[in-house]
Design a protein around this ligand. Structure first.
Ligand code: NJP
Length: 251
């Protein structure tokens, strides 16, 4: 309660559900994405619902480091700093490796890996300069970041999520070496019903719809519950990874 959380990719899907849940719990949430109008709408909804926290919309293209750094400096000026950083923004361009486009790969690296790393570094800096010892970095990973054999056309996306698995563990070790109690966790969902599959630039909408119709998917709110569970764990408990799949999902 009263803590400042940054949620990246808060305009729709999992990020919007996480932002809403944290505002409901009384946090001051800076929600960022490119479609800031959608976050403004969500902020108004949270206010009319009478939630005790607030949602502060911030327009940021996470593939641009300058924009990320300006956002952290605005958060410092307006809200003193970040106590919780939820690296949620992510995307997939699903196409075969042998014929995929470099632009799509670069976009996935920029958002799924680099933006997550930059936000983590800046959030840690902010926590350290204010002696925040109970901060938390939560990375929204994927079951694809653990699967030994990625599904067809998802190889590059899974590679970026393998990076999230390695980075979260690396962050946890560095935090320990820095002798802080700031924690790092990743949450790894299987299929979640959001616009995600429909947003893959190269995916066929019918194929995307079929994916979601094939089983009873997780809801964005299920992932938000995992985030509030992780944040609510007693200070001595380190939750490394929460893997969540729909019951019907095999791998
Ligand atoms: O995705 P979606 P989800 N700069 O497409 C933002 C992982 N995951 O909520 O900028 C700033 O509905 C985008 O905002 P906008 C997945 O890998 C999902 O399902 O306005 N923001 C939007 O808010 C990802 O890490 C599933 O377009 C940028 C958000 O990202 C996380 O869950 C399964 C941006 C994407 O919303 C959230 O996914 C799984 C940029 N350059 C893992 N680019 C699943 N849904 O099935 C994108 O295993 N965003």
């Amino acid at each position: 309660k009263g803590r400042v959380a940054l949620v990246t990719g808060a305009s729709v899907g999992i990020g919007a559900a996480v932002a809403r849940a944290l505002v409901q719990q009384g946090m001051r949430v800076v929600g960022c994405a490119r479609s800031v109008d959608k976050i403004e709408k969500l902020a108004a909804e949270c206010q009319s619902a009478g939630y005790s926290g607030t949602l502060i919309p911030y327009k940021c293209d996470l593939s641009n480091e300058e924009e990320i750094l300006s956002m952290f400096s605005a958060i410092k000026t307006l809200h003193k700093g970040v106590d919780v950083c939820i690296n949620n923004a992510g995307l997939a361009h699903n196409e075969p490796l042998l014929s995929g486009k470099t632009e799509g790969w670069r976009n996935m690296i920029d958002v799924n890996v680099l933006a997550l790393s930059i936000c983590t570094r800046e959030a840690y800096k902010s926590m350290k300069e204010r002696n925040v010892d109970d901060g938390h970095i939560i990375n929204i990973n994927s079951m694809g970041g653990h699967r030994m054999v990625p599904s067809a056309d998802e190889h590059f996306y899974c590679a970026t999520k393998y990076a999230v698995t390695a980075l979260t563990e690396g962050i946890r070790q560095e935090l320990r070496e820095a002798n802080t109690h700031i924690r790092a966790t990743c949450i790894s969902p299987g299929l979640v019903e959001t616009e995600f599959a429909f947003r893959h630039h190269n995916s066929d909408p019918e194929k995307a719809a079929a994916v979601y119709e094939s089983m009873k998917c997780l809801k964005a709110e299920d992932i938000a519950s995992a985030v509030t569970f992780v944040l609510g764990a007693p200070p001595h408990v380190q939750i490394g990874d929460v893997q969540m799949r729909p019951v019907e999902q095999v791998s």
